[in-house]
Ligand binder design. Structure first.
Ligand SMILES: Cc1cc2nc3c(=O)[nH]c(=O)nc-3n(C[C@H](O)[C@H](O)[C@H](O)COP(=O)(O)O)c2cc1C
Length: 394
């Protein structure tokens, strides 16, 4: 049986962890609970050890664990670390690499997927420091179940209530390797923006954050694929297990994709490669008075079109970021570039698309089938895209 490690910290909502344990057990997972010392002051560990059938871990220096180094042994066995509820304090400790108790040490030692369900008062949740800590952890690949708005223990109404246990269980299960449906396949993903240099300090770029491509790479890894991720500059850590290639310019992207294309079965071109570059690139910083009145820009080569000519049996997916006539433009792109699927999105809104954690896309097949998704997290969108590809590939 797979082991889920459930971290419980000292939020008043920790009683909901009981329901989470039950939910995992119904799905035939073992649950190992780790409590913070403060959590044990709110409720006895006996409650969780009775429910889980395993001694609750609190203090790594306790003699009983000393035969094996428990946090290291457990780190190798765990399929998932879920922290629910997570206090502002434990999130801060994770984000800054503090490892001074069992849970925070385990967090550092574990390489399994990590999911955090924060619970705290609204002011604490919206505090700049908490938000920065969350962003830092997200950039390191940690997933979050957002807290809900509602009645809080401090008798305030607001954001910060622990998400519903059913939602936390659902998110947890989706992070576990359900099937190895892409085992044996090599998936090539491009992500992020490119930088087209004018000189060593100035460049032309775009607003792509790379989040969509990185989520696709992670999801393909979870499904057992070999993943090659070629990325422009982003603030996201590459997912462990992916072959990661970093590029800056469209030209470098073309070269790196060219090197890896032959090995790929599925190619997801999610990068926002610049359509233009400067005609002349200076090796020294250009003085303002030497720039002239106009700077010439020229088109970069169309990587997707070139690839489509040597596509063979590969499944080629294009991404179309549009601000108008989204579906019509995507269909044109599909026909011109001989694609098997186009993922089109409208990037004109602030809440979805570029830089956002959310997206709303239309999937368009060569047969003209169009699936419009609702606004969803990029993780969920990545699943919808890969599900569709698997469905088409049969
Ligand atoms: C009754 C009670 C309820 C609390 N609820 C929360 C909470 O929901 N979220 C939170 O971040 N802190 C909460 N705190 C504060 C934390 O317990 C405190 O920051 C503690 O140092 C966190 O320790 P831990 O993260 O190691 O469990 C609560 C404290 C008490 C006494």
């Amino acid at each position: 049986m797979e082991i889920i490690v459930l971290g419980v910290s000292s939020s008043i909502s920790l009683y909901k962890a009981c329901e989470i344990i039950r939910g995992f057990q119904e799905k035939k997972f073992q649950v190992q609970v780790i409590m913070t010392k403060n959590a044990t002051r709110l409720i006895s560990p006996l409650l969780f050890s009775s429910l889980s059938g395993k001694k609750v871990l609190v203090d790594p220096f306790e003699e009983e664990y000393s035969e094996k180094i428990a946090h290291v042994t457990l780190a190798k066995e765990a399929s998932l670390l879920l922290v629910a509820p997570a206090t502002a304090n434990i999130i801060g400790k994770f984000a800054s690499g503090v490892a001074d108790d069992f849970l925070s040490t385990f967090y550092m030692a574990a390489e399994c997927p990590k999911l955090i369900a924060p619970a705290m008062n609204e002011v604490m949740y919206l505090h700049k420091q908490t938000q920065q800590n969350i962003q830092k952890l997200q950039a390191a690949g940690v997933k979050f179940v957002e807290p809900e708005r509602g009645y809080l223990a401090c008798e305030d109404e607001g954001w910060g209530r622990l998400a519903a246990p059913e939602k936390i269980i659902k998110e947890s299960l989706s992070l576990l390797v359900k099937s190895k449906s892409l085992k044996g396949k090599t998936v090539l993903v491009t992500a992020g923006p490119t930088r087209e240099f004018l000189d060593p300090v100035r460049f032309l770029t775009n607003r792509s954050s790379g989040k969509m491509g990185y989520e696709l790479a992670e999801e393909a890894l979870r499904r057992g694929a070999e993943v090659i991720l070629i990325s422009g500059p982003t603030h996201i850590f590459p997912p462990p297990g992916a072959k990661f290639r970093k590029i800056q310019t469209a030209q470098e992207m073309e070269k790196e994709v060219g090197k890896n294309f032959a090995r790929a079965d599925i190619v997801l071109m999610a990068a926002a490669v610049s359509d233009f570059r400067f005609a002349r690139i200076s090796s020294q910083k250009t003085k303002k008075d030497k720039l002239g009145e106009k700077i010439e820009i020229i088109p970069t080569s169309d990587i997707l079109e070139k690839l489509s000519r040597k596509k063979g049996k590969k499944f080629l997916v294009g991404f179309a970021a549009e601000t108008e006539k989204v579906v019509k433009n995507a269909l044109m792109k599909m026909q011109k570039k001989n694609l098997d699927l186009v993922v089109a999105n409208n990037v004109s809104g602030e809440e979805i698309g570029f830089e956002s954690d959310f997206n709303q896309v239309s999937l368009i097949t060569p047969e003209g089938e169009t699936i419009h998704t609702e606004k969803k997290s990029k993780l969920e969108i990545s699943r919808i895209i890969l599900d569709k590809i698997e469905e088409i590939l049969g």
